[in-house]
Design a protein around this ligand. Structure first.
Ligand code: SAM
Length: 226
């Protein structure tokens, strides 16, 4: 099935959020990083401005800047309405309220949009859909990230997750995934299957991080070679 922009919800987080989500240290920030399902986050644009190395992959990068901008604009009201209706499902401490959330997200996506065409030319934004194999050599990256994509979208199924994480581990020395909940803020249905599958060959660790927006969603998975 062709990937359609209208089926996606463009929602991008910031470098500050990624730092907390993934417990990123100053040493981590110096690593060669690839971020899967990076969407309209400002992680890549902000890191590039600091002289760091991030490659983002996502199927939405096949669309034009104009189409992405329009789509972000159209879905903003829908997403904000849904967030207001479900605001009790979230923790409002580091982000004080729904208006502040909207401001943070829109600023992040503006930073992404402004950087997008330059980033495509520099091959920092690569159109790609997991679990397909990417055109990089084994272990090309020190760190692979997935924020609010794998494990969260549990309906993609365990096979999709095993194939996608296997591809991430082919490319990266270490993989971090956040959150471990599904879209209903319950423990993701694919979590146990992922731990079971990768634990033979890899160290699979669950760590508490300094970020909790979905209630109970303050855990990250770290996978490294044994
Ligand atoms: C909720 S967004 C998260 C964006 C960003 N990582 C963040 O945390 O702000 C989920 C992203 O996953 C992307 N996605 C969906 N299916 C994908 C696939 N098969 N491979 C890679 N990315 C995918 C979507 O296009 C979307 O941009």
């Amino acid at each position: 099935m062709a990937f359609e922009l209208k089926n996606t919800v463009p929602w991008g987080r910031t470098l500050e959020e990624y730092k907390n989500i993934f417990n990123l240290s100053e040493t981590d920030l110096e690593k060669k990083i690839i971020s899967f399902g990076d969407g309209p986050a400002s992680f890549n644009s902000e890191m590039t401005m600091l002289g760091k190395s991030v490659t983002s992959i996502d199927p939405i990068y096949q669309f034009s800047k104009h189409d992405l901008e329009n789509h972000i604009d159209k879905t903003r009201l829908i997403v904000m309405k849904q967030t207001r209706e479900n605001k009790d499902a979230f923790i409002w401490t580091s982000i004080a309220n729904v208006d502040e959330l909207e401001k943070i997200r829109m600023n992040a996506m503006k930073s992404f949009i402004e950087d997008f065409e330059k980033g495509v030319n520099q091959k920092r934004y690569i159109t790609h859909e997991l679990p397909d194999q990417l055109d990089f050599e084994e272990q090309s990256f020190e760190l692979g990230l997935s924020s609010h994509f794998l494990i969260l979208y549990s309906e993609l199924g365990i096979d999709f997750h095993i194939k996608s994480i296997s591809e991430m581990l082919r490319l990266c020395k270490e993989v971090r995934i956040f959150p471990l909940l599904n879209l209903n803020a319950k423990i993701s249905e694919v979590l146990e299957g992922i731990i079971d599958y990768f634990s033979n060959e890899y160290e699979v660790q669950i760590e508490t991080v300094g970020y909790e927006f979905q209630k109970g969603g303050d855990k990250m998975m770290r996978i490294t070679k044994k």
